[in-house]
Design a protein around this ligand. Sequence first.
Ligand SMILES: *Cc1c(COP(=O)(O)O)cnc(C)c1O
Length: 391
Amino acid sequence: MKGFEYLQKELNEMQEEGTFRTLIPLESAQGSKVTIKGKEVIQLSSNNYLGLTSHPKMKEAAEKANEEYGVGTGSVRTIAGTLKMHEDFEEKLAKFKHTEAALVFQSGFTTNQGVLSSILGKEDVVISDELNHASIIDGIRLTKADRKIYKHVDMESLESALKESGDYRTRLIVTDGVFSMDGNIAPLPEIVELAEKYDALIMVDDAHASGVLGDNGRGTVNHFNLDGRVHIQVGTLSKAIGVLGGYVASTKTLRDYLIHKGRPFLFSTSHPPAVTAANDAAIDVLLEEPELIEKLWDNTKFFKDGLNALGFDTGISETPVTPVMVGDDALTHKFSDELFEEGVFAQGIVFPTVQRGKGRVRTIVTAEHSKEELQEALDAFEKVGKKLGII
Ligand SMILES: *Cc1c(COP(=O)(O)O)cnc(C)c1O
């Protein structure tokens, strides 16, 4: 069809650069091993940190909800699509997060869009870490607030932004709790101190920390014993929680406000019963099976130590998100492709997801991996890393 020539031209350029990608369909359930192109490979690219995508209790809860309430809700939350189970889950989540209230959005992405776009106006300023997730950046784009970007986890840079922000109604500092491409943890204790000194609000996006850090996976705020000192915690139910959705855990005031003003919440249909029931059961799993999180961290240490001993550069990671730095975009994809040939699925991440020239193969081990699988993966990394001159 005519009309898309300019798009095709750009795609052709990507093809020449070696950065054009197609989607890679799994032919099995998510797990420590998955089937891709008919081949069983070790999965190192999912966000399924605790293996909850196929937890029996969660599957059972989803099936029961499906049976009892059907597959869809037929409306947005604010008209006729709020089931009692939606509100019960939000109460349970708020209690879990040690906050007054919680509200669930369709995804982590829409949570950031909904929160940032609704609570900030032209009298306000948002102060954002330069490596924050795309959904935070897009949320900020939707506000009329002034914006300041501080250097990645650089507290001097944050403080100078705060010093210039005295005249605004609200100063909102926004940061990822765990940075999704580098696996480092935001220095929340310092951020809280600065926020208290300059009377700013803090919003933390715990997408990669929920289910991973803090008591029973309560997140970075709890990890640093900062309960009650961070104004807004957002996160996803789609990573370690294993299902789908985003949440904001904060005050009752913010919850009530978002019900009136959070546009994705208002204008997009609510989660199907099976999704909510599975999310609800996930909180029970986090409370009842803390050994999953222990296993996740044990595997993380084993795999990270193994990569470092082989001479790979894993950057500044402190969490299960472990990048293996490569640099060149095309070489990054080549590394990933060769790993696949050796039975390991670890996706290359390049521009625009990370800066140009900072290509990496990003790995995430899960609680489901056995030591044998991780050793097999390390052997593959060694072989391919040597072949391509990365180590
Ligand atoms: C993955 C991620 C999101 C998006 O969450 P979804 O539920 O997948 O939409 C938001 N913020 C951060 C920091 C993320 O890593």
